[in-house]
Design a protein around this ligand. Structure first.
Ligand code: 4NP
Length: 163
C-alpha cells in the first residue's frame, strides 16, 4: 500500500502542528486501507529541537495520544519535494508556505481546516499565549478537522481506483 506523506505546519512547531501530527496518526490507525506517514514542522526557527509545549502534551494525553517524543524543526525546501500534502494551521502559515514553495514542487499546500464542512473551522488559532482551555479547543478542533481530512483522502483514493 502506497503511503500518503503528510506534513503539518504551524509557526513554532510546539503547539498546533505536533498535536495535528499525533491526531492524524491516531485517527488513521483506525482506517483500513489508508497508510499515512506524518511529520510536522514550523515556519519559524524559535523552538528547533524543543519538545512540544507541555500544555499540548497534556491535552493530547487526555485523549490517548502521546506526542511527547516529538521535536520541533523548521520547514525546509526539501519538504516540498518529500511530502504529498503540506497542511497549514492558519492563513499566515499558508501564505508563508506558498511564498517559499519551489515551482517544481507537486505538494498540495492547503489550509488543514479547508476540508471541514463547517467553514468556521478554517483556521486553527495559535493557543501559545492563552490559557489551558485554548489548548482543549485546539485539540477538539483538530480532531474534527482530521476526521474530515481523512474522509477526503479516503474518497479521493477510492475515486483513483475507480478511474
Ligand atoms: P504553534 O504556537 O505555532 O502552534 O507552535 C506557537 C508557539 C510558539 C510561539 C508562537 C506560536 N512563539 O512565539 O514562540
Amino acid at each position: 500500500m502506497k503511503k500518503v506523506k503528510i506534513l503539518t505546519v504551524c509557526l513554532g512547531n510546539i503547539c498546533r502542528s505536533p498535536a495535528a501530527q499525533g491526531i492524524l496518526q491516531s485517527t488513521a490507525e483506525s482506517c483500513k486501507g489508508l497508510a499515512l506517514e506524518v511529520d510536522s514542522a514550523g515556519t519559524a526557527a524559535y523552538h528547533i529541537g524543543h519538545s512540544p509545549d507541555s500544555r499540548s502534551i497534556q491535552v493530547l494525553s487526555e485523549v490517548g495520544v502521546d506526542i511527547s517524543g516529538q521535536h520541533a524543526r523548521q520547514i525546509s525546501l526539501e519538504d516540498f519535494e518529500c511530502f504529498d500534502w503540506i497542511l497549514a494551521m492558519d492563513a499566515e502559515n499558508l501564505s508563508n508556505l506558498q511564498k517559499i514553495q519551489p515551482e517544481c514542487s507537486k505538494a498540495k499546500v492547503v489550509l488543514f481546516g479547508q476540508y471541514c464542512p463547517d467553514v468556521t473551522f478554517g483556521e486553527v488559532q495559535d493557543p501559545y499565549y492563552g490559557e489551558q482551555d485554548g489548548f482543549i479547543k485546539m485539540r477538539d478542533k483538530l480532531q474534527v478537522i482530521a476526521e474530515s481530512f481523512i474522509h477526503h483522502l479516503m474518497s479521493s483514493e477510492q475515486d483513483l481506483h475507480r478511474s
